[in-house]
Design a binder for this molecule. Structure first.
Ligand SMILES: NC(=O)C1=CN([C@@H]2O[C@H](COP(=O)(O)OP(=O)(O)OC[C@H]3O[C@@H](n4cnc5c(N)ncnc54)[C@H](OP(=O)(O)O)[C@@H]3O)[C@@H](O)[C@H]2O)C=CC1
Ligand SMILES: CC(C)CCC[C@@H](C)[C@H]1CC=C2C3=C(CC[C@@]21C)[C@@]1(C)CC[C@H](O)C(C)(C)[C@@H]1CC3
Length: 623
């Protein structure tokens, strides 16, 4: 094995893909497996380069002073992938990297240019594992399509682009591998000392595993959240079960210890999860491909969520028909929550233990700090699987999500029973239908979850396990639970107004999520190919018109409008049914800033350009 020439933190000259230009870069790490250096350009763009595409700074500085080309000339040789419009061209990745220096010339500059061209053209295709061949073909096609898509959008640049097209078209052939763009976001502003270096158990001896900066208050924060989140759910469950759940009755009295436990409740939760697991593994429905991983691999997911919810609904209806009293869920809410919590803890422990044996490329960079508690909380392994059974996907989309609808339905039955009604109240019907629509839509468009942050970037640990099994089913049902004993009759105009609000929110949410998903899957898709984009150095582009040109997270806007429509049917007597709305604002604002810094790290100046073009984050002209 050749020695590792450059060390983490070294400043060297890295070739810009598809050109003979070299820029000053900092080495972030070396992957012994792929034999590639991860380097960061001055504008924050990260790429993976081969050893022969890196040169020491010393030789360059002397030569470049006498031989630097004019920017115009430089541009005609190489088009920065992070450039789309004339306006942006001066600021983008390569251009911003102040230290752009032309290729060193061993004897004469012409020879050097020639040498470069030959070097690049003859560079062999990067060979990938045989089992990925079809995927690779797909990826290449997709990349080509992306490139074409970008070219179509660059109206102002047509002439310039023509002259520059060749290097980009050939990019797939160069051995200058692009930094993969799935989950390997590393901090643009990261200086080597900020990077966490860790040797994975199964890693080759010198493999450097990078981790993104800590989130959620770091290591101390992880302790806090581990204690706070279960305590908060307990508080909500106890508070909502009070006759008067107002803040005047805070804190709710703690029940005796034995009141938390019911073995039958644990049995029901386990049965429910197993039932959902059975539906998930049935060879029914589509097999969808996830986004490319750091290893280049694309996982396959069984996206049969609609099938699962339909079968679940039939099973529940059959059970009710057979005389099963679903109001048990209402009367044993605390015990069911405790049982689910226990399962989420056991699941998280299992996930953490198995993650210790995972290969480095299987780890989530966000949960790879080296601190046991933080990594346990945030999720260490990106896509834990038992054979083809994807644990993160399954738990995020099935038992808790479908369980949420089951609990809401049980609350409607409990309302009828306790209030002596023949049918649920209007408010209860609205809450049930609205949230059912949300879940059914999520399952119907299950494939779209594969391009969300959780699936692409976040590891599977306590946060998501608890979120999926406890948080979603036992706190998202707060409105329905509240309505069981706190009726809130709605006037017809109020009802119509709330329905309209929900539909508006749903429209924005669905359209924007589908637009991004369609674009990420195939930028050449006629549904999205007319949209303008900003290319980035990773090969992915960013939408700047359509929904993603209105605000940076149009899907969050739609989701928040829907959340408002879920709380309104409960009226204004108490704060508790508004809990979801308040929590959701905090969650989405935090998620937005997490995503902002991830994208800044991934896309460098292309992201800045996007933010300059699309100025507001979630609410147009407000935030
Ligand atoms: N009910 C609930 O409890 C929750 C619901 N949600 C909902 O789930 C859905 C998914 O949300 P979430 O996973 O947070 O994030 P998004 O689906 O918004 O995904 C963000 C990613 O989209 C890509 N992206 C960002 N901007 C652009 C652009 N201009 N063009 C193309 N791609 C872009 C980036 O990934 P890349 O470039 O790498 O592809 C970015 O990391 C949302 O609708 C949200 O409201 C989320 C959390 C909780
Ligand atoms: C416990 C923590 C404080 C927070 C945990 C957050 C999780 C509960 C959420 C993170 C992202 C989620 C998504 C959905 C449910 C909530 C969690 C898991 C989602 C499946 C709901 C249905 C939607 O249609 C969706 C877009 C598929 C959602 C994806 C994100």
């Amino acid at each position: 094995m050749p020695p590792v020439k450059y060390q983490r933190g070294d400043t060297v000259m890295g070739r810009w893909p598809g050109s003979s230009l070299y820029y000053e870069v900092t080495v972030l790490g070396f992957d012994t497996k792929s034999q590639l250096y991860t380097v960061i350009y001055k504008d924050g763009t990260e790429l993976e380069l081969k050893d022969q595409d890196i040169k020491s700074v010393a030789g360059f500085q002397t030569r470049s002073r006498s031989r630097s080309r004019s920017p115009g000339r430089r541009r005609s040789r190489s088009r920065s992938p992070a450039r789309t419009t004339r306006r942006s061209s001066s600021r983008t990745a390569a251009a911003v990297a102040a230290a752009a220096i032309t290729e060193s010339a061993p004897s004469s500059r012409r020879d050097a240019k020639l040498k470069d061209v030959v070097e690049v053209t003859l560079s062999p295709l990067q060979t990938k594992p045989a089992e990925n061949n079809s995927n690779n073909r797909h990826e290449k096609k997709e990349e080509k399509q992306k490139e074409e898509n970008n070219t179509v959008n660059k109206v102002n640049e047509k002439a310039e682009a023509q002259a520059e097209d060749e290097p980009d078209k050939n990019q797939g052939r160069y051995n200058l591998r692009r930094r993969k763009d799935d989950g390997d976001a590393k901090p643009a502003e990261t200086r080597p000392e900020q990077l966490v270096e860790k040797k994975g158990k199964m890693a080759a001896p010198s493999a450097t595993i990078l981790s993104t900066p800590l989130d959620f208050g770091g290591k101390i924060g992880a302790y806090f959240w581990l204690l706070f989140l279960p305590a908060w759910v307990l508080f909500l469950v106890l508070q909502v079960s009070q006759k008067d759940p107002s803040l005047a009755n805070f804190p709710p009295p703690l029940p005796a210890l034995e009141a938390y436990w019911d073995t039958q409740a644990l049995g029901f939760v386990i049965l429910w999860i197993l039932f959902q697991a059975l539906l998930y593994i049935l060879p029914v429905g589509k097999l969808s491909e996830g986004m490319p991983l750091r290893s280049g691999q694309r996982l396959k997911y069984r996206t049969n969520g609609s099938f699962a919810i339909v079968v679940s609904a039939v099973a529940v209806a059959a059970a009710v028909h057979q005389g099963v009293d679903l109001t048990y869920i209402y009367s044993h809410f605390l015990q069911l929550a405790t049982a689910s919590f226990l399962i989420s803890v056991l699941l998280s422990v299992y996930l953490y233990v198995r993650s210790r044996y995972a290969a480095p490329e299987e780890l989530a960079l966000g949960g790879n700090s080296g601190n046991v508690v933080y990594d346990f909380f945030k999720g260490h392994e990106l896509n834990p699987r038992i054979k083809n059974f994807d644990l993160k996907f399954f738990f995020e989309m099935r038992p808790g999500l479908i369980g949420w609808c089951l609990i809401n339905f049980a609350m409607a039955l409990a309302e009828m029973k306790l209030q002596g009604l023949d049918a649920p109240s209007n408010s209860m019907i609205l809450v049930n239908i609205f949230q059912l629509l949300y879940v059914v839509d999520g399952l119907w468009n299950e494939e779209a979850i594969l391009t969300t942050m959780d699936l692409m970037h976040d590891g599977f640990g306590f946060m998501l396990a608890f979120g999926d099994l406890v948080w979603v089913p036992f706190t998202y049902t707060m409105q329905a639970y509240y309505l069981v004993t706190h009726p809130n009759p709605l006037s017809l105009p109020a009802l119509i107004g709330i329905v309209i609000l929900k539909l508006v929110g749903f429209y924005i949410f669905r359209k924007s999520n589908s637009e991004k998903n369609a674009f990420r899957r195939n930028p050449f898709d006629p549904k999205v190919s007319h949209l303008r984009t900003i290319p980035t150095a990773t090969g992915k582009s960013l939408l700047v018109t359509g929904w993603w040109g209105v605000v940076r997270h149009p899907n969050y806007l739609g989701d928040l409008i829907m959340a408002l429509a879920w709380s309104l049917p409960c009226g204004f007597s108490h704060l508790l049914p508004w809990y979801y709305m308040i929590y959701f604002i905090i969650l989405l604002v935090h998620r937005d800033s997490r995503d902002m810094s991830e994208c800044r790290r991934k896309y460098g100046s292309a992201w800045d350009e996007y933010c300059r073009t699309v100025r507001y984050r979630i609410i147009p002209r407000v935030y």
